[in-house]
Design a protein around this ligand. Structure first.
Ligand code: UDP
Ligand code: MG
Length: 155
């Protein structure tokens, strides 16, 4: 794929997604779609770190509960790349509220409540780059080309 078409997003499997055994299922969906994994870590973060990750939401009523919950267990942090991966990644996740998420989406298929919606995905190219920088050192990101690429993309 032309480098100019490449885009990156930050996807995280939240503590409920990990506890409910959805790691493989969520990774599978991104892999089978044709996106490419560039970085991944399994990690339990502090509440302070989650405050940085969700800094834009600090004025919301649900913020204290959110950052506390996010630090209660391990998460899987990932960078995925591909054409339109930010927007398409959000579509694959579903709506923030699982009750509004369509079947076929991760939240629509596996979740019930908004505060236990299994996964996070960057909402824009800018926030993706910001989140990737927060979660990963440059040397943790692997630049590679999947052999599938020439069959996923047109010339
Ligand atoms: N959230 C919540 N209550 C709300 C809104 C959001 O607990 O009323 C949680 C929910 O888990 C969501 C996260 O806060 O995924 C971040 O909110 P955002 O609006 O960024 O939703 P997202 O981008 O994850 O869809
Ligand atoms: Mg968000």
């Amino acid at each position: 794929m032309a480098a100019s078409k490449k885009e990156r997003t930050f996807i995280m499997i939240k503590p409920d997604g990990v506890q409910r055994g959805l790691i493989g299922e969520i990774i599978k969906r991104f892999e089978q779609k044709g996106f490419s994994l560039q970085a991944m870590k399994f990690i339990q973060c502090t509440e302070d770190f989650m405050k940085q990750h969700y800094a834009d939401l600090s004025s919301k009523k649900f913020f204290p509960g959110l950052v506390k919950y996010m630090s209660t267990g391990p998460v899987v942090a990932m960078v995925w790349s591909g054409l339109g991966v930010v927007k398409t990644g959000r579509v694959m996740l579903g709506e923030t509220d699982p009750a509004a998420s369509k079947p076929g989406t991760i939240r629509g298929d596996f979740c019930v409540e908004i505060g236990r919606n299994a996964c996070h995905g960057s909402d824009s190219v800018e926030s993706a780059e910001k989140e990737i920088k927060l979660w990963f050192k440059p040397e943790e990101i692997v630049e590679w080309t999947s052999c599938q690429e020439k069959f996923v993309y047109e010339d």
